[in-house]
Design a protein around this ligand. Structure first.
Ligand SMILES: NC(=O)c1ccc[n+]([C@@H]2O[C@H](COP(=O)([O-])OP(=O)(O)OC[C@H]3O[C@@H](n4cnc5c(N)ncnc54)[C@H](O)[C@@H]3O)[C@@H](O)[C@H]2O)c1
Length: 715
């Protein structure tokens, strides 16, 4: 054994060839944490010091090659002073470069996923052979940063600027055949042939048949493009990528700028350029938010997994109501492999549900994501019915009938009489208290909320709501079923609106106040979209439906009269009373015309402005920042209340709920992270400036305490 560490071993194989094997002890995957980097330093030094070594193959002892850097270490690393961070980065880079500079040929045998630092390790080798089962890529931009172990230097020198920009700016994972096409790897083989292929390559390099030094050289040199070619490559790609990423996600464009800045330098100087830019990005609030988001998502997964043990198997599900939501739920269940009965009381309802499912499946087939066979299978897995005939076999029922407490009470009591005693019943209600709905049931312990978001197939969140009498088995089974449907469940406690709608209605409350103070709704939409929301409040209300919004607001006002009850006529009242329900009937804040693809396209409609005129109470001079604060302060404060009231257990779950449920701008990391980024004390002071807008803008006593004590929601 030439070297033996906790993450890496180096052992002699045959005729001077050594195997550098990544196999991080006690972990299911390899990753570049501090320990692994230390090991790599020593392993490279040991190889360098051993004159008998003639060639190196790099392998992995896990199913993956190396998944990337250890993101849990980022939070602390990113807190370091700039100079310290740059120095640390260059020290790590020196290990990769020393490996690259070994006086013998090196081959990476990529058996499984090699992402970020994992693929940067591969690029430091002279040759790369890749298993057909592996994927490679540099996904760093998804965390608001860019590759920091020489990726922006080596990749363009290996595969050309255009390809490198595409790989780095998109962060995509690449299959073996695509990697081979652009020469990111030198060979692709079946998994069982990988070791032999790597050995063969290194032997041919040792014998001189392959010139490894010539292969290595371009990675050490400046880019082979003249000034005009550089300008063409960089300027066009910068404009294109900036357009795609949008102004709130700077990392992809910064990556291109870095490649450009370092284009005329050799490796070592180019790596210094990369390090300086990397540290700058790591310090942005975008990177902090996106890294935080990644970690919160891990936490969410861990929490959901903890329910696995108690969960009952769901072999057959049922959904009541084949409307917008019921149809979506049936589709999602079927396509993810759980057969589902879909019951409605109207023939047309069922037909609509089925039509929607086949439309979605058809689209997947068109895009090549599903075979025609699988489509037929999924369609067959949705069993439409108008009776409770087969309900004796179902493990879980999701109720998705109209949002009316009386109807829901009647339907829930009825279905309970047709299912097994141990079957779980879950309601997809958006606003009605789960404990209240449970009053209709004989077995309230088997009942909980399972709140999906529209459109079901697109929105990742499912709120699983615990009522007063809900059992842990009911929660666990519902969480497991949501996961099986490919969703991210968050368990919350019961209250009107649960987490997501409870904080969304105060946001709309802020919108109503802005309109009442003379803000043009088109401007409000533009400002909030620039802030990062996928759609502004007026457009969102049109998509949700004015009737739904109007009704939801009443339910919330009843639940939280102290701050959500307001008898002033609002913009939503005006639209609702004028039967402008939004997209569903072609007119809301905007009017809708069908575009060529048959999708509704919004256009400004003078009539809407006329209708709104009488509700402008007073005209205030509001800046864009005021408009943002009008809406964001109530949303953030309500999220704080949800956390304080124990509706949601952790800040991470609250924030992920908002990002996955209503598209809260991910680069801002969620409502609580947003408060942290402003500073709790500064946020409280800001809210106080708007105190005259009512109790939705009044910070809680506990938040004031946090502000006084310098506390934060994270870390
Ligand atoms: N639409 C959304 O954006 C959204 C989002 C999340 C949750 N929800 C909730 O989902 C539920 C359904 O909403 P939707 O938008 O799909 O409504 P919808 O009006 O599109 O569909 C409701 C369906 O239920 C059927 N129905 C009525 N009584 C029934 C009964 N006794 N048995 C079986 N079917 C019956 C109706 O015929 C109709 O097809 C509501 O509780 C709503 O609050 C809606």
């Amino acid at each position: 054994m030439i070297y033996e560490g906790k993450a890496i071993t180096v052992k002699a194989l045959e005729s001077g060839i050594v195997e550098l094997n990544f196999d991080l002890k006690g972990e299911s995957v390899n990753k570049f944490n501090r320990l692994t980097l230390n090991d790599l330093r020593q392993a490279v030094d040991a190889i360098k010091a051993d004159a008998s070594v003639k060639g190196v193959i790099v392998t992995s002892g896990k199913d993956v090659f190396i998944v990337g850097a250890d993101i849990t270490e980022f939070v602390d690393n990113f807190k370091m002073a700039d100079e310290e961070l740059v120095a640390g980065n260059l020290e790590a880079n020196k290990i990769f470069s020393d490996f690259e500079d070994l006086g013998v040929p090196t081959v990476a045998a990529i058996n499984g996923i090699a992402l970020g630092g994992g693929f940067e390790m591969c690029m430091a080798a002279d040759y790369r052979v890749m298993s057909t089962a592996a994927k490679v890529g540099l996904p760093e931009v998804k965390l608001g940063i860019y590759p920091g172990f020489g990726g922006t230097v080596r990749l363009p020198r290996l595969i050309g600027v255009d390809n490198a920009v595409e790989w780095i700016a998109s962060g995509k994972e690449n299959r073996a055949e695509d990697a081979l096409k652009v020469h990111a790897v030198d060979a692709v083989v079946a998994p069982d042939k990988l070791q032999a292929a790597a050995l063969d390559l290194v032997k041919r390099a040792i014998s001189g048949e392959l010139d490894y030094k010539a292969k290595r050289q371009p990675k050490l040199d400046k880019l082979k493009l003249n000034a005009i070619e550089q300008m063409m490559a960089f300027e066009t790609s910068k404009a294109f990528v900036a357009g795609q990423a949008g102004p709130n996600y700077p990392a992809p464009v910064e990556a291109i700028k870095t490649i450009q800045k370092a284009a005329n330098f050799g490796r070592d100087k180019a790596i210094e350029v990369e390090a300086a830019g990397f540290v700058k990005l790591a310090k942005t609030s975008v990177a902090q938010s996106l890294v935080g988001l990644f970690l919160s998502d891990q936490e969410l997964k861990k929490k959901a997994k903890a329910y696995d043990k108690q969960a009952r198997d769901v072999k057959l599900a049922a959904v009541l109501g084949a409307g917008i939501m019921g149809g979506g739920i049936a589709y999602q269940s079927a396509v993810k492999g759980t057969p589902i009965l879909m019951k409605d009381i109207r023939e047309e309802g069922i037909q609509m549900g089925l039509d929607e499912a086949s439309k979605l499946l058809g689209k997947r087939v068109e895009k090549g994501r599903l075979t025609a066979d699988k489509m037929a299978q999924a369609l067959n897995a949705i069993r439409p019915t108008m009776s409770y005939g087969d309900f004796g076999n179902v493990d879980i029922v999701v109720e998705a009938v109209v949002e009316n407490p009386k109807v829901k009470h009647a339907v829930l009591a009825e279905v309970e009489g047709h299912v097994r005693e141990d079957a779980i019943i879950a309601s997809n209600t958006s606003t009605i208290s789960i404990s209240f709905l449970a009053q209709a049931l004989k077995r309230p312990e088997n009942f909980c909320g399972m709140h999906f978001f529209n459109p079901v197939h697109m929105m990742p969140l499912v709120e699983v709501i615990r009522g007063e009498k809900t059992s842990e088995v009911a929660i666990a089974t519902t969480v497991a079923y949501a996961k099986k449907m490919g969703k991210s469940p968050v368990v919350v406690n019961d209250c009107p609106g649960f987490l997501v709608n409870r904080v969304l209605f105060p946001y709309f409350g802020g919108f109503a106040r802005a309109i009442a103070h003379g803000v043009d709704f088109v401007r409000a939409d533009k400002v909030m979209e620039k802030f990062g929301w996928p759609m502004g409040p007026a457009y969102l209300m049109d998509v949700v439906g004015m009737d739904t919004g109007h009704h939801g607001r009443d339910v919330m006002a009843e639940g939280f009269p102290d701050r959500m009850k307001d008898d002033t006529r609002t913009a939503v009242d005006v639209m609702y009373e004028a039967n402008r329900l939004g997209q569903k009937n072609g007119k809301g804040f905007y009017a809708y015309e069908m575009d060529k693809k048959g999708k509704p396209k919004k256009v400004v409609d003078a009539e809407a402005y006329e209708l709104l005129k009488p509700i402008v109470a007073e005209t205030r001079e509001l800046s864009d920042e005021d408009i943002i604060n009008y809406m964001m302060i109530p949303l953030c404060l309500e999220t704080v209340r949800c956390l304080e009231d124990g509706i949601v257990e952790t800040a991470a779950e609250a924030d992920m709920g908002l990002i996955y449920g209503i598209g809260f701008p991910p680069f801002r990391g969620g409502a609580l992270r947003y408060i942290d980024s402003i500073g709790v004390a500064e946020f409280v002071a800001m809210a106080d400036k708007y105190a005259d807008l009512g109790p939705l803008y009044h910070p809680t006593a506990k938040l004031r305490e946090m502000a006084a004590n310098g506390q934060r929601f994270y870390g």
